[in-house]
Design a binder for this molecule. Structure first.
Ligand SMILES: Cc1ncc(COP(=O)(O)O)c(C=O)c1O
Length: 437
């Protein structure tokens, strides 16, 4: 297909995220005309079923009429006012709502992207140690293959070399927990009991106890690391271990939160109460760069005092608590709760479909899933370089937006996807695998 003027102009000036720009010489940017529900419409009229909720955020699909109304109603009033020293009806309501998501986490600090929320939680943890005069606790623990964002702090506590390696000279080094008990589903025996693995692991953690300020986890599902699901018992044990040793637990629910794993928060699977919860992406159903850090009175009170005490948390982002984000987040929570989308069982049918593809194509292994996430690994002889990228291209031709993570393919569609759309996802994924592998 000859390049269009718009594609030419775009490639001349846009440096695309998460891309090798040379790839665009052969595969041009898709020209978007509109997006509605589970579909993205291209300029040539082609429709793509959004199997990955546009980087895991469009949990209510595209252009939801109630979210559109919420944002327009807010625009009629005001679009953004500095949050420091101000409040308004909707942010009062949203903050109250967010404070009910997890008992004891009743304080909300707002930011923009998910990575900013991670930086904030890390800084709050470190800063609270500083206030306590406990500056020896200045290290973080993270899980192998974890991902927490792209800013320097968030990247430091991530463990994906592809994103991290070029910057290693300035990143700080966390302790990394290996031996994670991964599961295929909640019916895996390890889901409820990982005691054997835990006993070995707990011993290896001993050396970290006195120097660690916080342990950071993606609860239950590691997204960018390959949609890996781990035992709820493991999370529960980690949380108890952290509490026992006065180590804060930061739950990065940026991908898993607000209904993605079959509960409102993934932490609820393990019945734990972390010290910090970071939310973004699905919080506004992907309408706005809008994130929040929830924390406890205990942490908050450490910072509370006369200004002269120098304890205040003086972190600020210009768009902290942006009013359009507030309006759309509040309505997102209303819709998810009213329609009970966080407990809707699409996992059963999506898992069944992925197993069917595995059986019929013989191209998949390690099928796994929880809530609105299902994944599997491609069987590859390593002779096809960048198989995932080829699959992405073939999927676009077939009419689905499927973006494998390396050799892992996954579905993470809008939580309100219809049964017919799930069927279409299955048929088209099957077709793509048969054509490509
Ligand atoms: C678990 C997790 N944490 C943090 C982030 C970073 O969020 P953002 O891209 O909004 O900065 C992501 C993004 O994919 C994520 O999946």
């Amino acid at each position: 297909m000859p390049i269009t003027k718009l594609q030419e102009k775009s490639l001349k000036h846009i440096w695309y995220p998460c891309s090798q720009m040379k790839d665009y010489e052969e595969f041009r940017p898709l020209v978007i005309k509109a997006a509605k529900g589970s579909y993205i419409e291209l300029a040539d009229g082609k429709k793509l079923l959004d199997a990955i909720s546009s980087w895991w955020c469009k949990s209510l699909g595209h252009n939801h009429p109630r979210l559109k109304k919420a944002i327009i109603d807010q625009i009629e009033k005001f679009e953004h006012v500095i949050l420091a020293n101000t409040t308004h009806e909707l942010i009062g309501n949203l903050s109250q709502e967010l404070a009910t998501l997890m008992p004891k986490l009743s304080k909300v600090f707002y930011a923009g992207d998910g990575s900013c929320a991670i930086e904030i939680a890390m800084k709050m943890s470190l800063h609270s140690r500083y206030i306590n005069g406990d500056v020896k606790r200045n290290r973080f623990i993270t899980l192998k293959d974890s991902y927490h964002g792209e800013t320097i702090g968030a990247l430091s506590v991530s463990d994906i070399g592809l994103y991290k390696n070029p910057y290693n000279t300035i990143l700080f080094q966390p302790y990394i927990i290996d031996l994670i008990p991964y599961v295929h589903s909640i019916y895996d025996p390890l889901w409820n009991d990982c005691s054997e693995k835990w006993n070995t692991l707990e011993k290896s953690l001993e050396t970290y106890i006195d120097s660690t300020t916080a342990l950071i986890v993606e609860p239950i599902v590691q997204g960018a690391g390959g949609m890996k699901i781990y035992s709820k018992d493991f999370l529960n044990r980690l949380a108890k271990w952290a509490k026992k040793h006065n180590i804060h637990l930061i739950a990065d629910e940026i991908m898993t939160g607000i209904g993605r794993t079959g509960k409102m928060l993934a932490c609820q699977h393990a019945e734990i109460i972390p010290d910090f919860i970071c939310l973004a992406k699905g919080l506004t159903s992907g309408w706005m760069p809008f994130s929040a850090v929830l924390t406890t009175d205990d942490i908050y009170n450490k910072f509370y005092g006369d200004f002269s005490s120098g304890k205040a948390f003086l972190h600020s982002h210009t768009y902290s608590g942006n009013a359009l984000g507030v309006a759309v987040a509040l309505e997102t929570l209303n819709i998810i709760k009213e329609e009970r989308l966080h407990t809707r069982d699409i996992n059963h049918i999506m898992l069944k479909n992925m197993y069917e593809i595995k059986d019929k194509t013989g191209r998949l292994k390690n099928v796994r899933g929880i809530g609105g996430i299902v994944a599997a690994d491609l069987i590859t002889n390593n002779k096809t370089p960048r198989l995932g990228y080829l699959i992405y291209q073939a999927a676009i031709k077939a009419g689905i937006l499927l973006r494998p993570l390396g050799n892992t393919i996954y579905w993470l569609p809008p939580l309100n996807i219809t049964d017919d759309e799930i069927e279409e996802l299955k048929n088209k994924t099957m077709q793509v695998l048969l054509e490509t592998t």
